[in-house]
Design a protein around this ligand. Structure first.
Ligand SMILES: C[S@@+](CC[C@H](N)C(=O)[O-])C[C@H]1O[C@@H](n2cnc3c(N)ncnc32)[C@H](O)[C@@H]1O
Length: 290
């Protein structure tokens, strides 16, 4: 696997992908995650689409604003706003030279590829620690705005607050674990007094309890997915072993899930209490324990 050592693990036991998270173009990122059979954004897409529909009905307007925490090169935006499948994204980037094309040329190529689909009305602001990934996603117009920073120990400054203000939905896929409830608190503070709905897809080996507690303190109610979804294959036996150890310490039954060689993620929907009076539509009741 290019650039990635599958046995080089971080302190949580996950393979270190820093090498591809912050390149000037997304080519090596998509190649690396395709090799790991990364599935999460594609499996998350139906849930996001259904939640966006309910949110549109609840707010009574179609022009929603979404903040994607840990957006990377705009993966979720490419799927949700530009309506590509993850396989199409992989196939597009597979056909690109790894780093040979210059940056401006890559942006032009990707923009004209994106424009083969009609974007939906959705204002997406990406938040990430990776400046290059954000710069690419914004320049290619995959996302509409960006905030670069690590909010584990910092609040957002006034420019950053303006970017995330008025968000209707805060989402993340594969970012909790890199970030804790501290980052969620910083974002919610920056968005206050408005309270966005939240949907987080979280690896089962990371507890969501602290974020759920924070959300409760802020007047949210949280519901959890009925069934976990696949995130990606383990990069190595070592990575799987570490995950199984963590999950065993959390008393999570891994039979039929991580035992089979895949990371799994649960997902959580948090809504402000005043906005969840009506029963969930049937297509969402199927997804969540209600
Ligand atoms: C596993 S990737 C997920 C990317 C994308 N959401 C997806 O599902 O394909 C994790 C992302 O979290 C970002 N990240 C890591 N630490 C972060 C932090 N402290 N604040 C914001 N983003 C962070 C990484 O740069 C990377 O883009």
């Amino acid at each position: 696997m290019s650039d990635i050592n599958p046995t080089h693990l971080d302190k949580t036991g996950k393979v270190i992908l820093d090498e591809v998270y912050n390149q000037k173009t997304p080519v090596s990122f998509y190649r690396a995650i395709e090799q790991l059979d990364y599935k999460l954004p594609q499996l998350a897409k139906p849930a996001f689409t259904k939640i966006l529909k309910l949110l549109e009905q609840t707010k009574g307007r179609p022009d929603l604003k979404l903040v994607d925490l840990g957006c990377s090169y705009g993966v979720n935006a490419t799927l949700l706003k530009w309506n590509f499948s993850l396989d199409e994204v992989f196939s597009h980037h597979r056909s690109q030279p790894e780093q040979a094309v210059d940056w401006g040329e890559q942006i032009r190529l990707d923009q004209s590829w994106l424009k083969t689909n009609e974007p939906r009305l959705l204002n997406i602001v990406g938040v990430d620690i990776a400046q290059n990934a954000l710069d690419y996603a914004l320049a290619a117009k995959i996302i509409d705005g960006m905030v670069c920073g690590n909010f584990e120990n910092h609040t957002l400054d006034s420019t950053q607050r303006n970017k995330v203000r008025d968000a209707d939905l805060l989402i993340s896929t594969g970012c909790i674990g890199y970030v804790t409830q501290a980052t969620i608190a910083a974002l919610l503070d920056a968005m206050a007094p408005k309270q966005p709905w939240m949907v987080h897809f979280v690896l089962r080996m990371f507890s969501f309890d602290d974020v759920e507690r924070l959300a409760k303190e802020r007047g949210y109610e949280t519901i959890k997915s009925r069934h976990p979804v696949r995130q990606r294959r383990f990069a190595s036996m070592e990575e799987q072993q570490k995950a199984l150890e963590r999950l065993s310490a959390m008393s999570v039954d891994t039979k039929g899930y991580e035992d089979e060689g895949w990371y799994y993620a649960d997902f959580f929907l948090s809504r402000p209490k005043g906005e969840n009076q009506a029963p969930l539509p049937a297509d969402l009741q199927e997804l969540f324990v209600v």
